[in-house]
Design a protein around this ligand. Structure first.
Ligand code: 5FU
Length: 259
């Protein structure tokens, strides 16, 4: 018998972590499993893009260290937009050092990520200490962590045992880890979210090793929960319309999985 696929609302009610619960509720309310990867390098351009596409997304993903003009005012404005359009903020910093170092990378430096991000992520190359270090900083804050269990790029080493150990670390840290960056469903725990980058409306690749799957393949066939889209949206002539199309494609693929 095929196991019943739970709705976002049903899964929200099974989440113990406030961030995964909030995200699933937003996904249910706004009918979207789309994360915008806002990889532009000027803060004004980023804020404009996010304001236009905000109604279509459940979360925005940033690379704060690629912004030419990152400052506190940018953070303030991004937070205002997240309230206006009801989405979460995910800083794709990919922490990958020993626990003691990531404590400072997460809380300090120029970006002070722990002051503003709802969601962060980490590689598991260093072992579970990276998660423990990040969790120490997140104590008392509503921040959830994703573990990078698989990657979209050609020839990456996050496969096999590495992926399996990463899933184990996630399952052992439910107070902090809310899911994965991955290419397919890795855990049957309904509280863990699966988020997949490398998504375009047509399969293909870029010139630097990125590989693309479609929303249908990622959500319906591979059982992931969330699509992460960058150039497919901000590189389109009409980013708002592109976001609307990805929203529909992703949500239809989710509905197809439910039925
Ligand atoms: F962990 C990963 C991964 O495996 N692949 C990715 O592409 C993260 N990413 C990020 O998703 C990457 O850093 C970009 O920010 C984004 C994909 O952007 P694209 O323009 O849709 O290719």
């Amino acid at each position: 018998v095929k196991p019943k696929v739970l709705t976002y609302a049903e899964r929200a009610s099974q989440c113990t972590h406030s961030v995964s619960r909030r995200l699933l509720k937003i996904m249910e309310q706004k009918k979207t499993n789309l994360v915008l990867s806002a990889d532009v390098t000027k803060s004004k351009e980023l804020l404009d893009l996010v304001d236009k596409t905000g109604p279509h997304i459940c979360m925005v993903k940033t690379h704060a260290d690629t912004l030419d003009d990152f400052c506190d005012d940018f953070v303030e404005k991004l937070k205002q937009l997240s309230n206006k359009h009801n989405f979460l903020i995910f800083e794709d910093r990919k922490f990958a050092d020993i626990g003691n170092t990531v404590v400072h990378q997460f809380s300090g430096g120029v970006h002070r990520i722990s002051d503003w991000a709802d969601v962060i992520n980490a590689h598991t190359v260093p072992g579970a200490g990276v998660v423990q270090g990040l969790q120490k900083v997140a104590q008392g804050k509503d921040i959830g962590c994703l573990l990078i269990a698989e990657m979209s790029s050609a020839g990456n080493l996050a496969t096999g045992d590495y992926t399996q150990v990463t899933v184990k670390i996630a399952e052992e840290n439910p107070d902090f880890v809310i899911g994965f960056i991955c290419l397919s469903k890795l855990s049957s725990n309904p509280a863990l979210l699966h988020m997949t980058p490398g998504v375009q409306l047509k399969e293909g690749q870029d010139a630097l090793g990125q590989r693309y799957l479609t929303p249908q393949e990622v959500i319906s066939n591979r059982g992931s929960d969330i699509i992460i889209v960058g150039r497919g949206i901000y590189g389109a002539s009409d980013p708002t319309e592109a976001a609307r199309q990805f929203q529909i494609a992703g949500y239809d693929a989710y509905l197809a999985r439910l039925s």
